[in-house]
Design a protein around this ligand. Structure first.
Ligand code: MRU
Length: 346
């Protein structure tokens, strides 16, 4: 089952807000609805929002009745901006919109209808590529995982966060499918609880042994010698290997270094932003403080209490043991290895 797909003139996606209690699907018929579904996290996870945006662009082309190519292209540019600004940190979103605009501007389509068809094919290709890329990352990453390993994992990076299979949890899946016995400690990832709600649901589906832990228990388990490696995904990776990922990733990396544990990031090269020399310039999404004070509608403090809610942080590259990409594992110095990975050869 894919988390995001084209469905007879609409974008169909798993509503990730309803899991693990209910497996529900949202059917989106306008590009504005797709942008809103990214903003309100019906769909989330860097590759999944990239694929959603690609399908959103295909939808935009169909929404416009323009027969004139220039007007249609102008409309697509405008809708691309709407999608790109839905969430700021994951570069896959802008990457997917840019890929779709490249197709639109390639000059290969002579009519507006041809362009509509070409955009749908391009979006479908982005979705299909995501799955095959994840499988390749899974194979590279599984080689790092020992039989019997306990892996600490942050947020949700599985099939839900992608079109299918997953990045860091794709590595877990590949190692599991190769017959390795694993135990996964799943950070809950307050406040949206992607670890406990979504990653645990995926582990249940796959039959992998796991335990949800409070985010604050990670150091305890490392200190007790109960963690063999840490696996995380990424929302954006700067040219020097600084990694933006779900809030709390940075503190895990520092703890991993303190306990001499390998800390691996698993991400496709579409997550690498070579335009940014280092992580300082990665925009960090600040979400509504109500997600902290009133998670999923349950008020844990009076409504007027103050809170802050950064959704991501940046882990400096010197804490990162390696970055697993679809082309192999990038190692320090990342400025060289990531540039090679983006060119398709490590
Ligand atoms: O806010 P989210 O749930 O979209 O954040 C997701 C993450 O931080 C993931 O770790 C990241 O997107 C990598 S997912 C393959």
């Amino acid at each position: 089952m894919r988390s995001v797909a084209w469905d007879d003139g609409a974008v169909k996606m798993i509503d990730q807000r309803a899991l693990p209690w209910r497996l529900e699907f949202a059917r989106l018929e306008t590009v504005a609805q797709v942008a809103e579904s990214i903003r309100n996290m019906t769909v989330r996870g860097a590759p999944a929002i990239g694929a959603s945006a690609a399908f959103g662009m295909a939808l935009a082309a169909r929404e416009s009745a323009e027969a004139d190519m220039r007007s249609l292209l102008a409309f697509l540019e405008q809708q691309g901006e709407l999608l790109k600004t839905a969430r700021p940190t994951a570069v896959n979103l802008a990457w997917a919109v840019e890929r779709m605009l490249e197709v639109a501007h390639s000059g290969e389509c002579k009519t507006a209808d041809e362009l509509r068809e070409a955009l749908l094919l391009a979006a479908q290709q982005i979705a299909d590529d995501d799955v095959s890329i994840n499988r390749r990352m899974g194979a590279h990453g599984a080689a790092l995982v020992n039989d019997g390993a306990t892996i600490l994992h942050h947020c949700n990076t599985g099939s839900l966060a992608c079109v299918d299979y997953g990045t860091a949890l794709g590595v877990v899946r590949a190692a599991h499918e190769a017959g390795k016995r694993l135990h996964i400690l799943l950070d809950e990832t307050r406040p949206r609880l992607q670890g406990s709600r979504l990653s645990a649901w995926e582990m249940e589906e796959l039959g992998v042994s796991y335990a949800i832990i409070p985010d604050t228990a990670a150091g305890y388990y490392m200190q007790n010698g109960e963690v063999d490696m840490i696996l995380v995904g990424a929302d954006r990776i700067a040219a020097n290997g600084d990694v933006a990922n779900k809030i709390g990733t940075y503190q895990l990396a520092v703890l991993a270094a303190a306990h001499d544990l390998p800390f691996y990031c698993v991400a496709p090269t579409s997550t690498v932003d070579l335009a940014l020399p280092c992580g300082d310039e990665i925009p960090i999404e600040q979400r509504d403080s109500a997600e902290v004070t009133t998670p999923y509608g349950v008020a844990i403090v009076p409504a007027h209490y103050q809170a802050r809610n950064p959704a991501f942080d940046v882990t400096p590259h010197h804490y990162v043991t390696g970055i697993v990409t679809e082309h192999g594992i990038a190692r320090p110095p990342y400025t060289k290895s990531l540039a090679r990975a983006v060119r398709g050869k490590i």
